[in-house]
Write a protein that binds this ligand. Structure first.
Ligand code: 3EB
Length: 347
């Protein structure tokens, strides 16, 4: 048991709100991911921030997801990875360029992914962070095929090769994650690591992603359905990107409402499994913080309504325009809980 993450907090703010924060506000900021059309970083040199071209669907130009921990924090960089750490948590970001063609049979995206993940693992080994609780992966044209293989599948090869190269397991207790397509930009990987152990949670309704059959690509994706950090007085849960997949198959092609309902059944099943493993904590769907990736902007109202209908209450949720990693999937939902959360209203 650890109390490392007891003060973890996420806030969603507009870039203008962030620019108006006093210096003291920054002291406990671990890092951020800014979502929006040509989203830049936070403009704060000491804080790692990924800029992802994935516009929010509430009319604002951009929204920044800011992770805050418990100070004092220390910033650093190693290779291409920028990070900030303290209180037993480390948040980092790395962006990878696809400019270089490796010339060894790997695609530029595969090579960029492998390099990014190797550098992350090298940093974590050097800093004594044993466990990644959560990865966020974003890159453009996720469903496009180049050299005869879909880019999401190229990404999966590079990711798995980095896990293997650094002696990490690619089945069983692997990190929670998401992988979504942005509108433009480079590969962005953000991550949150801890010093203690976390538990990879699987979904009894779904084949574990690391056991997906080869029809979905030559290498299975390396992620768990959720990551659970057990703590005295309440754990922290990260539910991975979750879609309308039962077993290993996509269900409800062309029906965004049915896909959303199936997705929420999956999230409910993962949360139930996490509660079974958590011992002391009971996560409730109504108390989670959601991020919802929607392929077609016109679907956002129907998706929100279906989620709230399922949960039975209004939810804290941010909606983003994104491509999902299978062409037939129209929506993907991720969630987290056990930390405090604030979604600044649109203003
Ligand atoms: C799925 O369940 C949908 O490759 O890191 C969800 C979460 C998905 C994470 C990843 C992919 C990833 O297979 C896609």
């Amino acid at each position: 048991m650890t109390t490392a993450g007891a003060s973890l907090q996420v806030e969603y703010l507009s870039p203008a709100r962030i620019a108006a924060q006093p210096a003291a506000w920054w002291e406990s900021v671990l890092g951020a991911i800014c979502y929006g059309a040509d989203a830049a970083g936070l403009g704060h040199a000491d804080v790692p921030c990924a800029g992802v071209d994935m516009p929010p669907l509430d009319g604002r130009m951009a929204v920044c997801e800011v992770w805050r921990g418990k100070g004092p924090l220390r910033s650093g960089s190693r290779g291409a990875v920028r990070y900030r750490e303290g209180g037993g948590m480390l948040f980092g970001v790395v962006s990878g360029s696809e400019a270089a063609t490796p010339g060894d049979g790997r695609s530029p995206l595969q090579a960029a992914t492998e390099t990014a993940y190797r550098e992350i693992f090298d940093l974590l080994d050097a800093e004594g962070y044993s466990t990644v609780l959560r990865f966020w992966n974003y890159f453009p044209a996720i469903n496009a095929e180049t050299a005869g293989i879909e880019r999401y599948r190229q990404f999966n090869i590079g990711r798995q090769d980095a896990f293997l190269a650094r002696g990490r397991s690619v089945i069983g207790n692997v990190p929670a994650a998401c992988a979504l397509g942005s509108a433009s930009g480079c590969l962005n990987v953000a991550f949150l690591a801890v010093r203690g152990e976390a538990i990879g949670v699987e979904n009894p309704r779904q084949v574990s992603a690391f056991h997906y059959p080869s029809q979905y690509g030559p290498r299975s994706p390396t992620f768990a359905r959720a990551g659970l950090l057990r703590q005295d007085g309440g754990g922290i849960l990260f539910v991975s990107g979750t879609a309308s997949i039962v077993g290993h198959q996509s269900l409800h092609h062309d029906d965004v409402v049915a896909q959303t309902r199936e997705t929420m059944r999956n999230i409910a099943a993962v949360v139930a499994e996490a509660n079974r493993l958590a011992a002391s904590t009971a996560f409730d769907l109504a108390d989670l913080c959601y991020k919802v990736y929607v392929r077609h902007p016109d679907d956002v109202a129907a998706v929100r309504e279906e989620i709230e209908q399922f949960v039975g209450a209004p939810v804290q949720a941010v909606f983003l325009r994104a491509d999902i990693c299978r062409a037939e999937l129209l929506v993907e939902v991720e969630a987290s809980g056990g930390h405090s959360m604030l979604i600044q209203p649109h203003s």
